[in-house]
Design a protein around this ligand. Structure first.
Ligand SMILES: [Zn+2]
Length: 169
């Protein structure tokens, strides 16, 4: 089992030595992400690798976990597996960001004090789909709804001939 990650990392120090960090972070301590979820139970597993490439310091890694979101088809809660990779290089200015090798996304942050939850949250918000849907689980619910709709429509159809008659008279 991984231990909880530190809230802040001294990016420069770790990247210059080259280092790997593994740990977990509670979903309940990701305030912006939490707002999009049905509940904030559980945690994400994180692996990070820090190092230097040329003049840039970078962090690459993965975030994996299970998020509880609302299915946009049946509006019931569903588990959304999350598994995302990131490749970020630390920059201080836009000019530096422009010079980054293509494989890196710029991370604009304080080089001595990187906020781990901010980084995780940013990457997770990018990774989760705008519209989450059950694979198949909600088809029963939808069938019920369709049946109900169909019944209602047939009731209306039965009424229709009379209303048409009425119009004729
Ligand atoms: Zn659903």
């Amino acid at each position: 089992m991984h231990t909880k990650l530190p809230k802040y990392l001294n990016f420069t120090r770790i990247a210059d030595k080259g280092g790997e960090i593994q740990g977990k972070w509670p979903i309940s301590e990701l305030p912006r992400l939490k707002e999009l979820l049905v509940n904030d139970a559980g945690e994400v597993e994180v692996e990070m690798k820090l190092g230097r490439q040329g003049k840039f310091r970078y962090v690459t890694g993965t975030i994996a976990g299970m998020l509880a979101v609302t299915c946009q088809r049946c509006m019931q809660p569903m588990d959304l597996p999350l598994n995302t990779e990131f490749k970020l290089a630390l920059v201080q200015t836009e000019e530096q960001a422009d010079q980054l090798p293509d494989e890196f996304e710029p991370l604009l942050a304080d080089e001595d004090k990187i906020s781990v939850p901010d980084l995780l949250e940013e990457e997770m918000l990018l990774a989760i789909p705008l519209v989450a849907l059950h694979d198949t689980d909600c088809s029963d619910y939808l069938l019920e709804q369709k049946k109900w709709q169909a019944e209602n429509e047939s009731v209306q159809e039965k009424k229709n001939p009379f209303s048409v008659l009425k119009d004729l008279i």
